[in-house]
Write a protein that binds this ligand. Structure first.
Ligand code: FES
Ligand SMILES: [Fe+2]
Length: 373
């Protein structure tokens, strides 16, 4: 069984010659496990709200593809992330969120400082070759940006600003000050498809004319464009001239000029409007199962907030249901004995091809590591 994409298919960088990945790319359990390590274990992942870890002592339990972690705001104001697994017999240490001077494991009471160091291990006298001072929760990289908190299980690889590249400044030019955004609401959508099927679908507007008739009425598909960068892509999806419906939904008369959409490798997306922003995160649950999280953020002091939010969320929910149905159809088709792989539209699927190239690159690093071992 293939455990890395490099074994599964050679990635063709020339979009006009490339074939889409073969069906096992979206089905194979061993490949899914490899992705948890090589893709989700080595990229910046959204792990929660920065507001939950704003003050010293705040903690928030989270996870990345099943790997438990706890975010902590330490005494000096730094954001830290640690493994949330007790060094004693493996219980999860922190649960939920709160504010504490230290983190105590609920099983036998081992206590850790906000720097991850073991402070107390009750009734552990007489244990040989046990150096309490050297015991600590393994740490991970953590950083917040605007209302979001991110962590990276790997100490290697680019810092978060390098991954986000120029897009925070583009968002700022849209007068969207991320530091003033406040979380409004969240919706979780379980989808019976591989997480990459969902991401593929997000990365192209090719399906809009057939799959989203309501969106087609609003969007100027001739000008729809996807631009790819090192670790992200941006989507230019302008409204048809003179269209007011969509902009009313987003509560801003200039929305047609100012909407920005970003996807960041491997699994999260931002939809940015002058007066609000939404986050979509695709969480891998199994080879043929994922959870899509939608969150909406608005500025403090937004006029008529509830009405604007209700319209924004209802519109998005309708499109999401159409997308989920498509993705689940794709997943069922991928299991067919009569399908292996397809081709990309050069005009419309460059973003999908770019994503597949990145997955291939990250998984191929396993083959490189094996070769150098
Ligand atoms: S497992 Fe945490 S104290 Fe025993
Ligand atoms: Fe869609």
């Amino acid at each position: 069984m293939a455990t890395c994409a490099a074994d599964l298919f050679p990635f063709e960088p020339d979009l006009s010659k490339a074939q889409t990945p073969p069906a096992p790319f979206y089905l194979d359990g061993a490949l899914f496990e490899a992705e948890k390590d090589r893709v989700f274990g080595r990229t910046w992942q959204w792990v929660g709200h920065a507001s939950d870890v704003a003050k010293p002592g705040d903690f928030l339990a989270s996870e990345i593809a099943g790997e438990p972690l706890v975010l902590v705001r330490d005494a000096g104001g730094g954001l830290r992330a640690f493994s949330n697994v007790c060094r004693h017999r493996g219980s999860l240490v922190a649960c939920g969120k709160g504010n504490r001077r230290s983190l105590q494991c609920p099983y036998h009471g081992w206590t850790y400082g906000l720097d991850g160091a073991l402070l107390a291990a009750p009734e552990f006298d007489g244990v040989r070759d046990f150096d309490k001072a050297s015991v600590r929760l393994p740490s991970f990289r953590a950083q917040d940006w605007g209302p979001f908190a991110f962590a990276n299980l790997s100490a290697e690889g680019p810092a978060l600003p390098e991954v986000l590249a120029g897009f925070p400044s583009e968002i700022a030019r849209l007068r969207c000050d991320v530091s003033r955004l406040r979380f409004h609401s969240r919706k979780d959508y379980p989808v019976r498809c591989n997480w990459k099927v969902y991401v593929d679908n997000f990365l192209e507007g090719y399906h809009v004319p057939t799959a989203h008739p309501s969106l087609l009425r609003e969007l100027d598909m001739d000008r729809y464009r996807v631009d790819t960068f090192r670790y992200h892509s941006s989507h230019f999806a302008p409204l048809k001239p003179g269209k007011g419906g969509e902009s009313r939904r987003y509560g801003d008369p200039d929305a047609s000029a100012g909407a920005l959409y970003y996807w960041v490798f491997p699994n999260w997306m931002l939809n940015v409007y002058p007066d609000n922003l939404s986050l979509n995160v695709v969480l891998p649950l199994g080879p043929e199962e994922c959870l899509v999280v939608f969150e909406w953020y608005f500025f403090e002091g937004t006029q008529d907030l509830e009405r604007t939010a209700e319209k924004t969320i209802a519109f998005s929910d309708g499109i999401q249901r159409e997308d989920m149905e498509i993705c689940e159809r794709v997943q069922r088709g991928l299991r067919s004995s009569r399908y292996t792989r397809g081709r990309y539209s050069v005009r419309r699927e460059n973003g999908v091809h770019h994503f597949h190239g990145l997955v291939h690159e990250f998984l191929a690093s396993e083959a490189r590591d094996r070769a150098t071992r």
